[in-house]
Design a protein around this ligand. Sequence first.
Ligand SMILES: C[S@@+](CC[C@H](N)C(=O)[O-])C[C@H]1O[C@@H](n2cnc3c(N)ncnc32)[C@H](O)[C@@H]1O
Length: 235
Amino acid sequence: MQSSFWLDKWKADQIGFHLPEAHPLLKKFYQQVFDGVQDVFVPLCGKSVDMSFLHAQQISVVGAELSPIAVADFFTEQFPGQEVSSQVLNGSSLAQPSSGLILQSSIDNLRLLIGDYFALEQSMLFSVSQSNEPFPVTGIYDRAALIALPDTVRSEYVKQLVKLIPAASMLLITLDYEQQAMNGPPFSVTQDEVEGLFEFANIKILSRKNIIDKEPRFKDKGLSAFYESVYHIRW
Ligand SMILES: C[S@@+](CC[C@H](N)C(=O)[O-])C[C@H]1O[C@@H](n2cnc3c(N)ncnc32)[C@H](O)[C@@H]1O
């Protein structure tokens, strides 16, 4: 999936994936998965309200998102009137942005990196604790990130995740359905695929439900089953 696909979606405000409130399954499982975790990385974060939810639980958040529109909207909508600082992280200048440009926008303990997830470096994820000692991010929250990617890049996504965060406790929410009946995104990612992608890790399934009756836009596409699953993955 080309970057332009997502950048165009944000420009056209076609963001049916965005939820107005924190995800109920994050609320249900975050304490279990992020027990003892101080920092959570949110790849492909959009302008997810889930990040403000985690931040409100005193967890530091680092999100990564391609679209500057999503990031600007996030701060305007979630933290109106609050001063947001911005910084270029990878040496490119704002006046002459390169394709690898990574910017960060932040308020206290909540930073969004603007750029390509696959171009991120581990040092960009380090946050600064109150004692000004850097410490690594150890939590990962993935809702609609893995399932936003076509199958050809999902293993690259996982490789990059492990490179960025060598020891992690991850809350992963996926969807699976009959892929032939509909084109993604969201793509169908089955339990077998999750087990294959994370074969090096400890995987526990926390929940799996058919939510088709709550998803009229997918029912209208002819689907009779639409499973939402939650995993706790540790490595
Ligand atoms: C389906 S949306 C999910 C957003 C968010 N996780 C949520 O739950 O609302 C996928 C997001 O990933 C972003 N994205 C896609 N490819 C990306 C990449 N290579 N690097 C960073 N962000 C990317 C898109 O712009 C989009 O906002």
